[in-house]
Design a binder for this molecule. Structure first.
Ligand code: PLP
Length: 357
């Protein structure tokens, strides 16, 4: 190799200030940091998945169009299969949206929100324009309309229920933006099964609406990486140009189809999570100096009288992993996923020990 050779000189200049995404992986902790489903996969569905996968041929590539899964999803969402595209988690679809529409331009986001929009925007060379949320983290509809009217803004992103704040937007608010926007309007409904009104009914009216969904939360499939997107055919045709052909492996496609065919089992789990959420919210709210924010998702954002990092580290030391979401707009804020009754009990016990200690 030439001694003057420098990898750094070859790497993209605009990514130099960026570090790799850090997702800590801890064993033997109570994991309440990533809004996963705490109940584990129903064993009878798992057995069906293994049976079906075993009867197939793993030496062949998966169906690039994921047709069977899109038909199953079509029954669930009541949207035509041609208006559905699947991804390796909705994370991949966010990247595809940025690569397809955002590269070399800007995207507007109602913040504070899910951090991966900014990460994928950067990777795609799209610059983020923040449109701060108002009181109660409600979206600033007029601010988003103004942002969307700028010629350089190609995408507007709204998360509902929003992570980490837990509140939702009304379809009427989204419609106001859709009506005047020349850009793509993405509504990330990753937590929709836990609450909030979906924007799916707006799809027939607006060719620029994109809705993101995932199997990672309500359906307990975070480890298998299946997300999907709903959009008009023109948007889908553009996105298909950047989609990796075999982005969703055989096992994950099979699993997602079988989840769709066993929905009542998952609905029971969702109902349990909702009951536990109400209990956890009540228990958090009565702790000294704790403010718990109302939520429609499977997590709760809260602040305490102590620095967020101190709470985070101390809980971790005691075996409970949650998420520190502190930032200028979220002082002393943390986010906890709703776990099983036992996990929530331990979390509350440890947190109250730290606060009162
Ligand atoms: C709002 C939101 N969108 C998308 C995702 C990504 O989900 P997936 O596992 O489908 O990539 C998450 C995951 O935490 C999320 O919170």
């Amino acid at each position: 190799m030439n001694t003057a050779f420098s990898i750094s000189a070859l790497a993209r200049e605009d990514l130099k200030c960026m570090g790799p995404y850090h997702a800590p992986y801890y064993h033997d902790v109570i994991k309440l940091d990533a809004n996963e489903n705490p109940y584990g996969f129903p064993p009878e569905v798992l057995a069906q998945i293994f049976r079906e996968v075993a009867s197939g041929d793993l030496s062949r590539y998966p169906d690039a169009a994921a047709e069977k899964l899109r038909i199953n999803l079509s029954d669930y969402i009541r949207v035509r299969p041609e208006n559905i595209m699947v991804g390796n988690g909705s994370d991949e679809l966010i990247l595809n949206l940025m690569l397809t529409f955002g590269s070399g331009a800007k995207f507007a986001v109602a913040t504070p929100t899910f951090s991966m929009y900014e990460v994928h925007g950067r990777i795609a060379s799209s610059m983020m324009m923040e449109v701060p949320r108002a009181d109660g983290f409600r979206i600033d509809v007029n601010g988003l309309i103004s942002a969307a009217s700028l010629p350089e803004v190609k995408i507007v992103v709204i998360c509902s229920p929003n992570s980490p704040t837990g509140n939702t937007v009304l379809p009427e608010e989204v419609e106001k933006i859709l009506r005047s926007a020349n850009s793509i309007v993405v509504v990330d409904e990753a937590y929709n099964e836990f609450g909030g009104e979906s924007c799916v009914p707006l799809m027939d009216k607006y060719a620029n609406l994109v809705i993101l969904r995932t199997f990672s939360k309500a359906f307990g499939m975070a480890g298998l990486r299946v997300g999907y997107l709903l959009a008009g055919s023109q948007v889908i045709n553009e996105l298909l140009k950047v989609k990796q052909p075999y982005n969703l492996n055989v096992f994950s496609q099979t699993a997602a189809c079988l989840v769709m065919q066993n929905l009542p089992l998952f609905k029971d789990r969702i109902n349990n999570i909702l009951q536990e959420r109400e209990k956890l919210y009540g228990e958090l709210s009565v702790l000294k100096n704790v403010k718990a924010y109302p939520t429609q998702a499977n997590f709760i954002m809260f602040s305490t009288g102590l620095p967020a990092d101190r709470i985070y580290q101390e809980l971790l030391r005691q075996g409970v992993l949650i998420r520190n979401v502190e930032g200028p707009r979220l002082p002393r804020c943390l986010r906890v996923s709703v776990g099983t009754a036992e996990e929530n009990r331990i979390f509350i016990e440890k947190l109250s020990g730290i606060i009162n200690g």
